[in-house]
Design a protein around this ligand. Structure first.
Ligand code: ADP
Length: 320
């Protein structure tokens, strides 16, 4: 089709989710498998909303890797940029759901083994046809995948794509918080669009005041749109010309996994069709309402990808 292309780059993982909520991992009576990982969640979210999406990454040439690639294909995401590596091992993540719907992770992942994508292995044709390149998460933080990301960002940018960054911080896999902060901030000024959560805002600035002044500490001159997601309180947006907050919708949350990825998927599915959204506050507020609703619905079911909504479900929530 001649639709504008969203390309996402990064890792995919298999999430193991306890069959009951509100227990620790050790107490879980059983688990269900669900595909996940920030970049993959975002890819499927945008695809389910009618976006044309292509995924670039590397998976283990194992049962879990093929399960993930099949899942992307079933969800309409092109896997032409996926490589399978017999030496790699697909990452697994055990996600426990606390009684309040918040989540905890134990990740079985060695980024240097799991994420072996090298710069010379990138599919440049896909990158050159991207209108938006989305990246972030674990795979941007570790070599050799980090170099592959930096090259992909350069190639896509040169071809006129917007770069969208979500650091998707998982501190538990980092040797030190300082190192994580430094690696995140070292690619900060390359992105046109950045989405962070309120926790990431706190982590990156060292300030526990979630306000405009704190957010502005992360502004940089190359940035077009900075978003801060606030869970059940909605989201805030900052551009060169305007800033504000958009409320989300009241839902019964059971699992917040993937809410942020789903929010970004909804946002990018709209921006890729009409980049003037970035310059027009009333259009942007409409789109953020849509993205908030998308994030909200994602929290109403277990797992990320199984919970991602269609456009009709989002409109039903918005129109009450
Ligand atoms: P992350 O997954 O990155 O921590 P959030 O949890 O803030 O991101 O969720 C992203 C967006 O999804 C929020 O900005 C909000 O619009 C929506 N959302 C998340 N949790 C809820 C909730 N409990 N109720 C309603 N909307 C929610």
């Amino acid at each position: 089709s001649d639709k504008a292309l969203i390309v996402t780059l990064g890792e995919m993982v298999v999430d193991f989710i306890p069959t009951v909520s509100g227990v620790s991992l050790a107490e879980a009576p059983g688990f269900v498998k669900a595909p996940g990982g920030g970049p993959a969640n975002m890819a499927v979210a945008a695809s389910r909303l009618g976006g044309k999406v292509s995924f670039i990454g590397k998976l283990g040439d194992d049962t879990f890797g093929h399960m993930l690639a099949d899942m992307l294909e079933q969800n309409g995401v092109s896997g032409d940029g996926i490589l399978f590596d017999p030496e790699a091992r697909t990452a697994l993540s055990f996600v426990s759901l606390r009684a309040d719907g918040e989540r905890e992770f134990v990740i079985y992942c060695d980024p240097e083994k799991d994420l072996r994508l090298k710069p010379e292995e990138l599919n440049l044709d896909i990158l050159r046809s991207a209108r938006v390149l989305h990246y972030g998460s674990v795979s941007l933080m570790m070599q050799p995948c980090r170099s592959a990301h930096l090259k992909a960002m350069e190639v896509a940018k040169e071809s006129g794509a917007l770069l969208s960054y979500d650091p998707n911080l998982r501190l538990s896999i980092w040797p030190s918080p300082e190192e994580a902060r430094e690696r995140i901030l070292s690619v900060w000024d390359k992105a046109d669009i950045i989405k962070i959560s309120n926790d990431e805002l706190e982590f990156l600035t060292g300030s526990d005041k979630i306000d405009d002044e704190t957010a502005m500490k992360l502004w940089h001159p190359n940035l077009t749109l900075l978003l801060v997601t606030l869970g059940a309180k909605g989201s805030r947006y900052y551009t060169k010309k305007f800033h504000g907050e958009v409320d989300t919708f009241h839902v019964k949350s059971v699992d917040t996994t993937g809410a942020g990825d789903s929010f970004v998927g909804a946002l990018l599915s709209k921006i890729v069709q009409d980049p003037t959204i970035l310059e027009n506050e009333s259009k942007l507020r409409e789109v953020l309402k849509f993205a908030n609703a998308c994030g909200a619905i994602t929290t109403t079911k277990r797992g990320a990808i199984p919970a991602l909504p269609t456009e009709a479900e989002i409109l039903a929530l918005i129109n009450g």
